[in-house]
Write a new protein. Structure first.
Length: 264
């Protein structure tokens, strides 16, 4: 039986604290390793948020997808932004808008886009529509309490972007890394049902520049000191913030929708 998390008390003292839990932010990343676009509503398909991770920068020599995890070679991609101007066909290059670090804006079908990307990275690359390529799962959920628990001094609107979530859940009324306990449950987000299946282990990407968000070289050490946990049952300990999730029931979600929880 599903219940709204707003109905669940937390704490073990006579003074009971009540959670107020809802979708706070939605993010889409049309191009892998680029900065994303903030949405007010989103269509969640069986394989992820519509238009998310449908484009990639590809190494022209090897044909492999460029990832900012290879930060010395492609970390600069995080300083670019991408958005879709039309969702009718997310793989239509005319609907893809790219913003470069110097403020240059180009469409995916502009003739000079590959040259611009090659100049930026210092390697011959090209922009391609691709099958979705996720590191672990279609959706990535981060709570506001987890980001606040890192105590970075950054406003939540800034701090959350280092972790590249698809869905930010506002968990007002609680502290700590709430989503650590979300493995093996179902989350109801409006009409959508998702199942968290792995805690999100963090890497050097959280320390790099993210568009206008400056680098924080100590960020990975901060996460490691605050939340080093098993990534999944039988997995290994790692610095974690957030959870990956699979889609059980697709649909449409909106910022402000309540979050519900039930046993899987």
């Amino acid at each position: 039986m599903a219940v709204t998390l707003e109905q669940i008390p937390t704490g073990h003292t006579a003074s009971v604290c009540w959670l107020v839990v809802h979708i706070g932010q939605l993010w889409r990343y049309p191009v892998k390793s680029f900065g994303g676009e903030r949405l007010q509503s989103a269509t969640i398909e069986s394989d992820g948020l519509r238009g998310d991770h449908v484009w990639a920068v590809v190494d022209a020599e090897s044909g492999t997808v460029a990832t900012a995890k290879k930060f010395r070679r492609f970390g600069v991609l995080l300083t670019c932004g991408a958005r879709l101007t039309d969702e009718a066909d997310p793989r239509d290059p005319a609907a893809l808008e790219l913003t470069f670090p110097d403020g240059t804006v180009m469409r995916g079908d502009d003739s000079g886009v590959d040259e611009m990307l090659s100049d930026l990275t210092g390697h011959a690359v090209r922009l391609e529509a691709k099958a979705r390529s996720y590191d672990a799962a279609p959706l990535h959920v981060v709570t506001s309490s987890s980001v606040n628990a890192l105590d970075t001094g950054d406003p939540i609107e800034v701090a959350v972007r280092r972790f590249r979530p698809t869905i930010v859940v506002d968990t007002e009324g609680t502290d700590g890394f709430v989503e650590n306990d979300w493995l093996g449950v179902r989350l109801g987000l409006g009409d959508v049902v998702i199942e968290p299946n792995k805690r999100t282990d963090r890497c050097v990407m959280v320390t790099l520049d993210h568009q206008e968000i400056p680098a924080r070289r100590e960020m990975l050490r901060t996460v490691m000191s605050r939340n080093r946990v098993l990534t999944r049952e039988g997995g290994k300990e790692a610095p974690c913030v957030g959870v990956y999730a699979q889609v059980s029931a697709p649909g449409t979600i909106h910022c402000g929708d309540p979050v519900a929880i039930s046993n899987a």
